[in-house]
Design a protein around this ligand. Structure first.
Ligand code: DAH
Length: 335
């Protein structure tokens, strides 16, 4: 019996040591330790062993089972380690990795950031107001009478309760003056809405940047200096800028600003509206606030407004405004 055990141990350990893969090891585990395996079979011989020899023999069998188990576990670990180092050795750590594409900011967002940075350098703070506005903030307070075409149902989105989607960000001028005394120097970027047929130059929702500067003795020279500086920052120092007389209800005098640069074809591009805040706007604010801190005899101011999409299209030669909202990566990746 002892010889049998010894022989089995030798055979099992040799076979395990020779195993080259885990499948062979698993087969050996079953052959020796399985329910009908060799070690199990030899244990059944215990029945025929004389009583006094049983403890010694039992120990022999236990040692055998333990030795085989240990050998199987060791071999398995070695095989796993070998597989790991094989995988690592075929890995070239000097190769450049594959980067996830991080994406970029939308061209309008990039332009907005540039514009905001420029005005912040000149001391303008950022203000905002609601997209859903009252008629008073959007029109009345801005000296825009009830029969003005901008108030036509065909031009603006009205809600059932009489409020509307603001057709320009000029309403933020009113929001700010209602709540803060002068001096005021703000820009207000945000969405504006109009019932325009969508085409290459119109969207029903677009982006505007409003500006307002109110203090004592603000003059037309301040308006021109500020906006000329801004447009030369954006389009280059050689840019030609003209202030062409125009009409807006909320400014007097009013101008449209045209830009011309050699780099962009030397044609005049109409890019913004501006003017000196109309005294009627200050009077509306005084009435609403119940004080005279915006008395047009004491303060003056300038305001301006322009569309970001139009600016982006001229600056980057974008032929169709819809490209800015279609999310086509072939377009967006160019910025
Ligand atoms: N609100 C005007 C528009 O939507 C733009 C504008 C013109 C704003 C003149 C101003 C301004 O503040 O002074 O077309």
């Amino acid at each position: 019996m002892e010889q049998q055990v010894e022989a089995l141990r030798g055979e099992a350990l040799a076979e395990i040591a020779a195993a080259k893969d885990r499948a062979t090891l698993e087969a050996a585990r079953i052959r020796y330790l399985g329910k009908s395996g060799a070690v199990t079979a030899i244990s059944e011989g215990m029945r025929n062993v004389p009583k006094e020899d049983r403890p010694r023999f039992g120990k022999l069998l236990n040692d055998l089972r333990q030795a085989v188990t240990q050998a199987l576990d060791d071999s398995e670990r070695l095989l796993l380690e070998a597989a790991d180092s094989a995988a690592v050795s075929s890995l070239d750590l000097s190769l450049p990795g594959t980067w996830p594409s991080p994406g970029t900011l939308h061209p309008l967002t990039q332009l907005m950031d540039r514009v905001v940075r420029c005005f912040r350098r000149m001391g303008f703070a950022i203000a905002d107001g609601p997209d859903i506005e009252t008629e008073w903030h959007c029109f009345d307070a801005l000296n825009t009478p009830a029969d003005h075409p901008a108030r036509n149902e065909q031009d603006t989105f009205y809600l059932p309760d009489g409020r509307l989607l603001r057709s320009h960000t000029s309403s933020v001028q009113i929001r700010v003056m209602e709540n803060c005394p002068p001096p005021i120097r703000i820009i207000a970027p945000g969405a504006a809405y109009r019932r325009d047929e969508v085409d290459a130059t119109h969207l029903a929702q677009f982006t505007q940047m409003e500006g307002l500067y109110v203090a004592e003795k603000v003059s037309l020279a301040d308006l021109k200096g500020t906006l000329e500086f801004f447009f030369r920052e954006l389009f280059g120092s050689g840019t030609n800028i003209q202030f062409r007389p125009h009409f807006f209800p909320f400014t007097e005098p009013s101008y449209e600003i045209d830009i011309r640069t050699e780099a962009l074809g030397n044609e005049w591009m109409e890019l913004a509206g501006c003017g000196m805040v109309d005294p009627a706007v200050f009077e509306a604010i005084c009435e609403r606030r119940g004080d005279r801190v915006f008395d047009p005899e004491k303060v003056s101011g300038f305001a301006f407004g322009f569309g970001l999409e139009r600016l982006a299209m001229n600056l980057s030669r974008i032929p169709d405004i819809r490209m800015l909202v279609e999310n086509d990566l072939r377009f967006l990746n160019q910025f």
